[in-house]
Write a new protein. Structure first.
Length: 557
């Protein structure tokens, strides 16, 4: 017969084992949260009331901030859309995926180009889909479509983890306004005059060479035809950007060409509301990525918002963005999805678009809202990154982060909850194209955040703006680099005298060492933004109602 002490010992072991078994079972039964991501386009840090704006009305986004966690030091991985969106989706610096420029062009210019987010990259949509989530992207993509053959869809959202797609596959540009604006002429206003002059000079030169016997008649004809063809190709291309690029897709089908911009935001909202209702009905866990077209130009403002703000069309667009966000949040609550949903709101880059590593281009508004998982009315000042979303969502959905590649993002859930008080990032590396322009340092003690800047944009003399789009290759190298303390000087207006303070020298030394270590692993992948890849390839051009390339989305007509 077992003595009493042994019996008590085994009883304690049994009860302990039973407790852990029940704990594991209960954890497995906890429903994984639904995920909604809302990504604005080109929204500046200071354009929202909850981030200090007093002249634009953004009550719905402000309410989300009051009910959730506001991130005041949130960073995009690039100051232009294609690389920053790639980093958000993959949790990796764009240089690792090849979404960086190898030349003057920094983003995809045409739908019919040969570059895009490589299919080998693992997006958070792929991770959640493998975990059993329904996944949808509504809105802007701008990460490629086809590569080798017409409609091979190598880079399409449906091949990057999304079950459903409705949106503009490229981006929104001035040419789409129908008001005569040309994005190319904004950069080079005398472009056509220059081309015409070059053409005339070229033809005259060929003729003089022929008259002097330096080329024969056959070569004269060939050169003249070739130059005329190239000129005609160029003019035809840029005079028809709207037809070529203003394309709206549902899954793999072109449903509208050109896009009716005035109603686009309301249609995205309708699609989002419909998707939420579907998921409520079937009970599936879901990822809904709402990649808004606001507030990227061109602005075609619907009459309900036209002229209502104090800041012209841009202000009207911000207020329409707020309305759309409010519609989605109201539906989340009315459908009782708020009990198990996490919402993340941010912008793909800041108002200082294309300005390299300047904080105005990469520091973006961000809010994380989840009544079930997170506290309310919290402001988090610690530096975080959009790349953190992939590992954080992987953690929340009990999914695995890819182990076969470097993931630069960190799981920030404990920081959002308030269980941790210091960012898991010690260093951030800020690129312009393939060039490292700055480093940000968050020491493990204190509150200060430091930034060491190696390059500044090619600003016009006496201004903080470039001719049109700031160039990575023409950025001005700072020698020596400039050190800023961002906590008290977020505008980067007061560079510190490094040699005047031993502590500054130690900080810079630490950052330079981190740079050296980072560069060992940051081996550039093959660029997807080369001239060869971003140029227009006619055989890849989508066209509805061929040969007219004109149609309207019948679902909303």
């Amino acid at each position: 017969m077992m003595d009493k002490s042994k019996f008590n010992h085994y009883l304690v072991m049994f009860l302990t084992l039973e407790y852990f078994v029940n704990l594991v079972c209960s954890m497995n039964n906890v429903p994984r949260p639904n995920i909604i991501i809302m990504l604005a386009d080109d929204l500046g840090y200071g354009d929202l009331g909850c981030f200090g704006n007093t002249s634009l009305r953004t009550p719905n986004i402000d309410k989300m901030a009051n009910e959730g966690v506001k991130l005041t030091h949130h960073l995009a991985a690039a100051s232009v859309c294609s690389p920053s969106r790639a980093a958000l989706l993959t949790g990796r610096y764009p240089i690792r995926s090849g979404m960086y420029p190898d030349g003057i062009v920094r983003v995809n210019l045409f739908i019919a180009n040969r570059g895009g987010l490589p299919p080998s990259e693992v997006t958070f949509a792929k991770i959640l889909k493998e975990a059993g989530y329904k996944t949808a992207l509504i809105g802007k993509w701008h990460l490629g479509m086809s590569r080798d053959h017409y409609n091979d869809f190598v880079f399409h959202p449906l091949n990057h983890g999304f079950d459903y797609y409705y949106g503009h596959i490229l981006t929104n540009v001035k040419d789409f306004s129908g008001e005569g604006d040309r994005v190319l002429l904004s950069l080079l206003p005398n472009l056509y005059k220059g081309i015409a002059l070059a053409y005339i000079i070229g033809i005259i030169t060929f003729y003089l060479l022929f008259k002097k016997g330096l080329i024969n008649k056959t070569l004269l004809v060939i050169l003249t035809v070739l130059v005329t063809f190239l000129l005609s190709y160029f003019i035809l291309l840029f005079e028809n950007l709207t037809t070529l690029n203003s394309v709206l897709m549902r899954n793999f089908d072109v449903v509208e060409q050109p896009i009716q911009l005035e109603s686009l935001m309301s249609r995205y909202v309708s699609e989002g509301l419909e998707y939420l209702q579907q998921r409520k009905n079937d009970g599936s866990p879901f990822l809904l990525f709402l990649s808004w077209d606001r507030v990227h130009t061109a602005f075609k403002i619907p009459k309900e918002f036209r002229g209502k703000s104090k800041h012209g069309r841009y202000g009207d667009a911000v207020e329409e963005l707020d309305w759309g966000t409010g519609q989605i949040m109201s539906a989340v609550k009315s459908l009782e999805l708020d009990k198990n949903t996490l919402v993340y709101f941010t912008s793909d880059n800041g108002g200082g678009k294309a300005q390299g590593a300047v904080d105005g281009g990469i520091r973006v508004p961000a809010i994380v809202w989840s009544p079930k998982l997170l506290p309310s009315n919290i402001t988090q000042d610690e530096p975080t990154s959009q790349m953190d979303i992939l590992p954080t969502l992987s953690y929340l959905t009990n999914s695995d982060v890819p182990k076969d590649r470097i993931i630069d993002g960190k799981n920030i859930f404990s920081l959002l909850k308030g269980d941790e008080v210091i960012s898991p990032h010690q260093y951030f590396f800020h690129y312009c194209g393939s060039s490292l322009h700055a480093i940000r340092f968050r020491p493990r003690t204190g509150k200060k955040v430091w930034k060491l800047v190696f390059y500044e944009p090619d600003y016009l003399p006496g201004k903080q703006e470039c001719t049109f789009i700031c160039s990575c290759s023409k950025a001005h190298q700072l020698n020596p680099p400039e050190l800023f303390e961002l906590t008290s000087n977020p505008g980067e207006t007061k560079p510190l005298n490094i040699s005047s303070n031993k502590d500054y020298e130690i900080i810079v030394e630490s950052m330079l060492k981190a740079k050296q270590e980072h560069e060992k692993s940051a081996v550039p992948a093959e660029s997807q933004v080369t001239f060869y890849k971003v140029m227009w390839w006619p055989h890849l051009q989508p066209c509805c109602n061929f040969p007219y390339c004109s149609c309207k989305d019948t679902k909303f007509t």
